[in-house]
Unconditional design. Structure first.
Length: 223
C-alpha cells in the first residue's frame, strides 16, 4: 500500500489542528484520526452545490454564501451551474485551508478562488450570516461534519435555534439554506422545522459514482 505523506498542518481557531495528507494522487484532510474529507469522496459536496442551484431556478444575479471551502468541490460545482451575473462569497475560518488550495492542491483548485464571481471572506461564516440581512439567495453550510460537530465547539452555534433564525433572516424571499452532514440527525430536522423552515432531507452518496457512504443534505426554505 502506498504510504500517506504529511503535507501540512493547519491551526483551527478554537479547535484542534487539521492535517493534509497525500497518498498517490489522493488528498485527505484529517482531524486526529478522523478523515474529514478526501478527493476520493467528493460526490456529496458536489451535490450540495448542484442541488442548491437547481432549487434556485433561473434567478437573476443570485448571491450565494458558502460556509467552508474544504477542498472546493462545492464551490466549483456552483460556479459550473451559475451564470456570469452570479456572486459567490466563500467564508473560510482556517487560513491553512486556503494555503493548501493555492499550494499542494492548486491543480485541484483549478483557479476557482480567482473566478471574478468569487469573494473570499476569511473568518467565521456565522459573522457573514449575521451581517447579511436579506442578502443571500442561498446559504450553503459544510462546516464541522454537520450539526454533530467535531473540529470546533463554537461551530455548534450555526445549528442552534439562534443560528437558524439568523440564517433565515439573511436569506432573500424564497432563498435556500442547504446544510451538509456526515450523518442523519432527526433532532436537527425537527429544529429546522420549528425555526420556520420547510425542510427537504435528501440522502446522497459520498462518491460521484453513486457508491460509498450515505451523507445527508437538508434543503430548508423559509415558510
Amino acid at each position: 500500500m502506498t504510504p500517506r505523506e504529511l503535507l501540512g498542518i493547519a491551526e483551527v481557531p478554537g479547535g484542534e489542528p487539521l492535517r493534509l495528507f497525500r497518498r498517490g494522487k489522493d488528498f485527505m484532510i484529517v482531524l486526529d484520526r478522523n478523515e474529514l474529507m478526501s478527493t476520493r469522496m467528493s460526490g456529496s459536496e458536489v451535490a450540495l452545490g448542484t442541488m442548491t442551484c437547481d432549487r434556485l431556478g433561473g434567478r437573476n444575479a443570485p448571491h450565494l454564501l458558502i460556509g467552508g471551502y474544504g477542498m472546493g468541490f462545492t464551490l466549483r460545482a456552483v460556479l459550473a451551474r451559475l451564470g456570469r451575473d452570479a456572486r459567490v462569497t466563500v467564508a473560510e475560518l482556517v487560513p491553512g485551508i486556503i494555503e493548501w488550495a493555492r499550494g499542494p492542491m492548486v491543480e485541484l483548485t483549478a483557479g476557482c478562488l480567482d473566478d471574478p464571481r468569487v469573494t473570499l471572506a476569511m473568518g467565521d461564516v456565522g459573522n457573514a450570516i449575521y451581517a447579511g440581512r436579506g442578502t443571500y439567495d442561498a446559504i450553503l453550510l459544510d462546516v464541522d461534519n454537520g450539526p454533530d460537530g467535531l473540529t470546533r465547539p463554537a461551530n455548534d452555534g450555526l445549528y442552534s435555534n439562534r443560528g437558524l433564525d439568523e440564517a433565515r433572516v439573511a436569506l432573500r424571499p424564497g432563498g435556500v439554506l442547504a446544510i451538509w452532514s456526515a450523518a442523519p440527525d432527526p433532532v436537527f430536522t425537527r429544529r429546522l422545522s420549528r425555526a420556520g423552515f420547510l425542510v427537504d432531507e435528501v440522502k446522497v452518496r459520498a462518491r460521484e459514482n453513486g457508491k460509498g457512504a450515505t451523507h445527508t443534505i437538508w434543503f430548508a426554505t423559509p415558510r
